[in-house]
Design a protein around this ligand. Structure first.
Ligand SMILES: Nc1nc2c(ncn2[C@@H]2O[C@H](COP(=O)(O)OP(=O)(O)OP(=O)(O)O)[C@@H](O)[C@H]2O)c(=O)[nH]1
Ligand SMILES: [Mg+2]
Ligand SMILES: [Zn+2]
Length: 353
């Protein structure tokens, strides 16, 4: 079956297609970019524009079956089940539906620039979401040539990354580029995540070896980026791996991230098991292993506080989700029972009049 080899179409992906056939599906294609009303897909013959597949909201990285529409135009006639999915709670949307940022990614590079203060919660939060996606996280420090601050930042990041590998790079000087390349196997997809101005697109250009993505400078006033990259997009590498450039992510809300929490805070899970009471609230209970660890300094206050904060956030999210489900149920009940009942009574009155 034909498929876009430079965009990660490996033997394993071909098997995935064979296991999930779609009526009318003739060839394999991959979603390279999702625009407002169409997708850009890579096929064995190059890039094509297609309408959205029916009944599915596509995400960058999705594998699709290429076929023909009723009007015999090229069309996406099926979307394969995702092997991984990076999602985020919509920042300003009160509904709790998650937004899928990237599909079928093997590795996520969490990009941390040294030219601005570190936000410790941001790194932890992002790593939680990445563990939860099914992809492997990798922390990528950028702009290490700004050496007066770099050493300090690198040390702190390694501590906060909680066992996740850290690669230090300078796209400007070409440092760390080969090491980064050596960690991405042919056929893998590596998505880069991080704030605007962190140097994601510059890094992609350095990895590819020439300019493929536009880059923008950082505002002198506050050190923030200008949101130069505006859409998620796949970029093939000469070594057969695929990169995904992304726009700077402002906030990383969590959605259904319990699994990620456990992975990220496995040291705390181990502590909880040592508390005297199995339902210990780690507050004032006697024999609390968390309190003991905080007292003797083996557990950092900051780490414990950020765990608590994430827990509260997840709890609030769950309650909002429950409330939304309750409202939907009530609406349905109103429609079926109250409105239907009313019209039934009206019909009876009509019959009797
Ligand atoms: N000194 C130095 N500057 C860098 C390095 N990498 C990137 N920059 C600069 O950082 C600025 C932002 O780089 P971009 O690659 O556009 O950042 P981005 O993460 O893609 O930003 P958005 O697309 O807005 O999300 C540019 O002015 C780059 O020249 C580096 O290794 N060293
Ligand atoms: Mg960019
Ligand atoms: Zn306890």
């Amino acid at each position: 079956m034909p498929g876009p080899v430079p965009y990660g179409f490996t033997a394993a992906v071909a098997e995935h297609f064979a296991a999930h056939p779609a009526a009318g599906g003739e060839a394999a294609a991959r979603v390279v970019r999702v625009d407002r009303n169409r997708i850009v897909a890579a096929t064995a013959d190059g890039l094509v524009h297609l309408p959205y597949p029916a009944h599915a909201v596509p995400a960058t990285g999705d594998w699709i079956w290429l076929g023909r529409s009723r009007a015999a135009e090229p069309a996406a006639v099926g979307v394969l089940p995702r092997t991984s999915e990076l999602s985020r709670k919509r920042a300003f949307d009160p509904s709790t539906e998650a937004q899928v940022l990237a599909a079928n990614i093997d590795m996520v590079g969490v990009v941390v620039p040294v030219d601005r203060p570190l936000s410790h919660n941001r790194l932890e939060r992002t790593l939680v979401a990445v563990w939860d996606s099914g992809a492997t996280p990798l922390v990528i420090i950028t702009k290490a040539d700004l050496s007066d601050i770099a050493d300090d930042v690198v040390g702190k990041v390694i501590l906060q990354a909680a066992g996740v590998d850290v690669v230090t790079t300078s796209a400007e000087q070409g440092d760390g580029i080969d090491e980064l390349l050596s960690r991405v196997q042919p056929g893998w997809t590596l998505a880069l995540l991080g704030p605007s101005g962190a140097g994601k697109s510059t890094l992609i250009n350095a990895l590819v070896g020439h300019q493929v993505q536009s880059t923008g400078d950082v505002r002198a006033a506050d050190g923030r980026g200008r949101h130069t990259t505006t859409s998620r997009e796949l970029v093939p590498l000469p070594n057969g791996a695929v990169l995904m450039d992304t726009p700077g992510v402002r906030g990383f809300g969590l959605f259904d991230a319990e699994d990620g929490m456990e992975e990220m805070f496995s040291d705390l899970q181990a502590l909880f098991e040592q508390c005297r009471f199995s339902d210990c609230a780690h507050d004032t209970e006697p024999g609390c292993a968390v309190r003991a660890a905080l007292d003797d300094g083996s557990l950092e206050e900051r780490r414990w506080a950020s765990y608590r904060k994430l827990q509260r956030e997840l709890g609030a999210l769950e309650r909002r989700h429950d409330a939304a489900a309750r409202r939907a149920y009530q609406r349905e009940w109103h429609q079926k029972v109250v409105v239907a009942g009313r019209s039934q009574r009206a019909a009876e009155r009509y019959r009797h009049s």
